[in-house]
Design a binder for this molecule. Sequence first.
Ligand code: DGJ
Length: 525
Amino acid sequence: MRHLLAYLLLCACASFGAQAGDAGVPHLRKQGHATELMVDGKPFLILGGELHNSSSSSLPYMEPIWDHMLALNFNTVLAPVSWELVEPQEGHLDFSLVDGLIQGARQHHLHLVFLWLASWKNGTSSYVPVWVKKDFHRFPRARLAHGETIEVLSTLAPANWQADAKAFAALMRHIRETDGAHTVLMMQVENEVGVRGDTRDRSEAANAAFDAGIPKELSAFLEKNKDTMIPEIQKHWQAAGAKTKGTWKSVFGSGAEADEIFMAWNYARYVDHVAAAGKSEYAIPMYVNACLGCAGGGPVARVMDMWLAGAPHIDILSPDIYGGDFQKSCEHFTRRGNPLFIPEMHSSEEATRDMFLAVGQYNAIGTSPFAVDSIKDPATSPLARSYAILQQVAPVILAQQGESRLTGFVLNKEHPSVTRELDGYELTISLDQIFHSHADTGYGLVAAVGADEFIGAGSGFRVTFKPKTPGPTLAGIAAVDEGTYRDGKWIPGRRLNGDEDDQGQTWRFSSDAPKIERCTVYRYQ
Ligand code: DGJ
């Protein structure tokens, strides 16, 4: 009876809205040099995955997918919500799909991040409602060189952002009014924006803006950030004479890269209007995602200053990392205090190793491979395996992020070892290669959790310790245990010694499936 009452109370609270002053509403909080996502008053690590673009447009289609998400050990699903389905006719709002998605997630104890596919998705405007598509006088399009129009809304037309922002604000109001259980954690505003097919919008309004003086907000930013701007922007600005006023051309020069800076500012301003309208109804964290291989003004790292200056209501600039150097992307996107959240990446074995680097070394708020509803054999996939481990150590990660007591790494033949300092010890972390083990990849994270005590998770690496504080100069292994966390409580398994810790010389993680181990060390002379 007591359980039934508690359940009914939970259902009742969940269907009420978030209350004024509700401290449990998802928000970001600084911890040391990291930023963490707080949900219901506690830090939360997003172990998520993004659905195919069209999956969440049908609740019956979603029915079998929820269990698939659970088999992958997710705690969060990234699901598109489109303007075309929320406002099929102007002023007629339909939240039945949104309600069904929230209910489906809640029934499966999952959280959601909604992707607001509206003015732009991958640069085009295919998700705007048909009443917007048809009314090209009222909702002006961008133009390419030679005056060619494309099916892409122009950033320079206030009517466009006003219509988008109105629908988005209504959506956020609805979420506030119905999501007292905080199922929805964050919002992605638009998707991979940026002009395609030319370096900038060449509509009449865009040409006029380009020939006019840079906006006063940007002048103020340049003035204030003279010495701290990222080098990529600094380069163009300095080359043009480091001016804080003047036309775009006189401040940033001309050419494709200068056009990109102009477009980045204009996308940022537009998206900021939309985000601001949404936040005025319900201020949960909001982010934008970037196509890393694209130019055209999207929130890529080389124009991040334009986005930081132009879109103060956006909390995170997020990379969709499908290729290139994963670590470099993490480095670039954590400049200027930008928190790391990776809304799209692969779900391959290699990508799931990179997740340990992202959360351990770059304090990521979370990771989310794309197209997760078509992963075959979810329960035995590399993604499920990595998330099973990360889920257990999430409280350890969240307690240490931003405090110099946590590190993450990926090792391979080209980069076989790293040296990191944690809590008074220098740790040398190398590929696990001894007489019977020849790991050619290793990955994981290590956290200092108490005096001389470390928790590690991953596979294919070994750790040696060197004291860095006054006292005895050598460090030995006191004990290594493998184990699991159940409801945050450490349950030890085997004591690892002999071959398993290289006769007491190193803390080892064999290259089998990733696992969790606890190591204590002592000092001697
Ligand atoms: C990146 C986009 O953001 C996704 O929505 C999807 O279109 C993928 N590309 C396709 O690979």
